[in-house]
Every structure is written in C-alpha cells, then in structure tokens.
Unconditional design. Structure first.
Length: 323
C-alpha cells in the first residue's frame, strides 16, 4: 500500500487528507518511485486553493526524489534501484510512492542527496530558465527580484551573483533582508511601497533591464515602474493573487516594455531542455556557487502545517516534506 495527501475539494490547508491507497502500477513508459523526500512549492498552494485547476480527488505536488522500484514496458533510461528526482507535472508528489512518466526523471549524481534534490529541482530549474533563457542575465547588470528570501529567490540571488550580476532583492522583513544579503544580493528593499524610488536611487536613475516578479497582484504596477526603457517584466508567479486584466498600451507609455508570463512546463517540455537545466543546476550546486538551503522540513502527513507556514510568509529558502 502507499500513503498520500489527497484533496477531495479545493480550499484551505485543512482540505489535505492523509489517505491509504493501493500501490500504483507503472504502465508503458512509466516508472514507480519510492519517495525519500518531496518538495514543497508555492504552486502546490495554487492547486490546493483552486487557482490552478485539477480533476478531484487528486494528490497534489510536483517535485520529489527517491528510488525507482519498478519500470513499465519500453523504459530504457532508468532501472530499479536508480536514485532519481523530478519536477513538474503530472501532479502526484505528495505520496510515499508514485508512478510517473520515465522521461520526466533525472538520475541523481552521488553528491546530491535526496533532500537536496527534492528541495531544488523545481525551484532550481526555474531559476535556471529565468536567468538564462527568459532573460539572459549578463555580468555587470543590476536586476530586481521579488520574494528574494524564498525558495526560488535564494537560489536566484546566488546564481545571479555567480553570473556577475547585482541583485536588488525585495523582501518583507529585516530578517529576510539579512538572509538575502548573506546569499549574494547586493541590495535589499523591505516592502514595495516606494519601490521605483528606491530602485532609482540604487541604480543612479538608470533603472533595471529585468524584473522577476513572483508576487503578482500586489507588485505588478510597481515592477513596471522599475524598468529601464525596453526592459522586461517576467511575471512568473502570483503569491499575492493573480494580476487583473491590463491595458497593453501601458507598456508603450512606460518605455516600450516587454512582458512575459514564463511557465515551467513550457521551458521543460522537451526532454533535452529538462536534462540540460538539471545538469546546469547539478554543476552550480556541486561547485558550491549555489547552496540549497532547506530551512524547513515537515513530515509529509503534516503538509497542511507546511502550507500554512508558506502562505503566512514564515518560510525562507526551500522546504521539504519527508514521507
Ligand atoms: P517562496 O518560498 O518564494 O514563498 C512565497 C514568498 O512570496 C513568501 O515567502 C513571501 O516573501 C512572498 N509573498 C509576497 N506576497 C505574498 C503574499 N500575499 N502571500 C504569500 N507570500 C507572499 O515560494 P516558491 O519559491 O515556491 O515560489 C516562488 C514563486 O515562484 C511563487 O509565486 C511560485 O508560484 C513561482 N514559481 C513559478 C514558476 C513558473 O514556472 N512560473 C515555477 C516555480 C515557482 P516575503 O515575505 O519576503 O514577501
């Protein structure tokens, strides 16, 4: 038997139920994995609350690490006993065991333990595509990053500094400001009430070529005001709620700006892109340039407590759920 956190209705953390299920069987091109660690991500909150839709009942979760127990027909790249990790759909990570398409799995190098893998696959691959593909960050550039002390945020602070960029990080507390400064951010701004004025002061009036905004509704307009002409707003999350409908003429009047809504699924749809991003992540972690900080762990069956902490902005860095 397997155990899983399932939701039968969308809502608050209390809709997550710890249930016993039959052991799933891998079909063709699939693998059965025994999880050693599961990653907690803000997207799990969107599925639990219903902001993102999934057929119910369902097991949420998009990231895990563990050992392959069994493979279905046609699976050649992984075998029972392999140490693997994955990020992205299909949903189903909040479980002791799960079945997943084998082409979504990445074999773990021996220096990456399960907990680190479960903490970093989704947030680290996201950091990779945001810094290298959504906008190609260059040495010497100054960039603006919201939620900089969070899971994606702390990885991006370190990786951007490794690329030679200067990160202005936005956070909500003094404590988080100290954390991002210890992790590569050149400047910390607390709150977004005077964001453009503070960015203007830091950049000597030049403003920034890219803003990475995962907060959404509360910060969208302030983020646009921080961009240099022809700058790019990468609006990659909605922690404060979705951005309301927007008049694109504003992009013209604010300096012929670019706006994108990057999604993990697009950037990792091709197996080659997923593998290349994972290798880049393994290298930057193995080199020590990026340290994955698992600042909270919870038992998987206590996922509701973990969700409450994440939504209350009490977490920093990455969070792992242990089956
Ligand atoms: P985080 O650890 O960053 O947690 C969210 C953080 O957002 C909080 O700690 C908080 O930091 C900040 N925040 C600002 N406003 C609010 C609010 N109203 N409620 C709650 N939090 C708020 O989470 P993750 O690292 O898992 O994800 C970061 C973001 O990146 C999420 O928005 C997520 O959806 C997005 N994402 C998008 C991907 C994509 O493909 N597009 C892939 C992966 C992640 P503070 O207190 O400092 O403000």
């Amino acid at each position: 038997m397997s155990k899983a956190i399932r939701i039968h209705a969308t809502g608050g953390p209390e809709v997550m139920k710890w249930e016993q299920l039959p052991t799933p069987q891998p079909g063709p091109n699939e693998a059965l994995i025994q999880h050693e660690a599961v990653g907690l991500n803000y997207i799990d909150v969107y599925f639990r609350t219903g902001l993102y839709k999934a057929p119910l009942p369902c097991t949420i979760g998009m990231e895990g690490a563990g050992t392959v127990l069994e493979v279905g027909e046609n699976v050649k790249d992984v075998a029972p006993g392999d140490r693997v990790a994955y990020a992205g759909g299909p949903l189903g990570a909040y479980a002791t065991m799960r079945v997943i398409p084998a082409d979504r799995l990445v074999k773990l190098p021996k220096e990456i333990d399960f907990k680190t893998a479960a903490a970093m696959m989704l947030q680290g691959i996201t950091a990779h595509f945001l810094l290298h593909r959504t906008f190609k960050v260059q040495a010497g550039q100054t960039i603006l990053l919201h939620a900089a002390a969070g899971g994606v945020g702390l990885i991006m602070c370190q990786w951007a500094r490794h690329l030679g960029a200067h990160v202005i990080g936005v956070v909500s507390t003094d404590e988080k400001a100290a954390i991002i400064k210890a992790n590569g951010a050149a400047h910390a701004i607390i709150g977004h009430d005077n964001l453009a004025a503070e960015v203007k002061k830091i950049t000597g009036g030049a403003m920034v070529p890219v803003v990475y905004d995962s907060v959404g509704k509360d910060t969208f307009n302030a983020s646009l005001d921080c961009l240099a002409p022809l700058g790019l707003l990468a609006c990659f999350g909605s922690a404060s709620g979705p951005v309301p409908p927007f008049d694109i003429a504003t992009l013209g009047t604010k300096g012929s700006l670019f706006l994108t809504r990057p999604a993990f699924a697009t950037y990792t749809a091709a197996r080659a892109d997923l593998a290349a991003a994972a290798i880049a992540l393994f290298e930057v972690v193995a080199s020590g340039a990026v340290k994955i900080q698992v600042n909270q762990t919870f038992r998987l069956e206590d996922a509701a407590t973990a969700h409450a902490a994440l939504q209350a902005r009490q977490t920093t860095g990455s969070t792992v759920l242990l089956p």
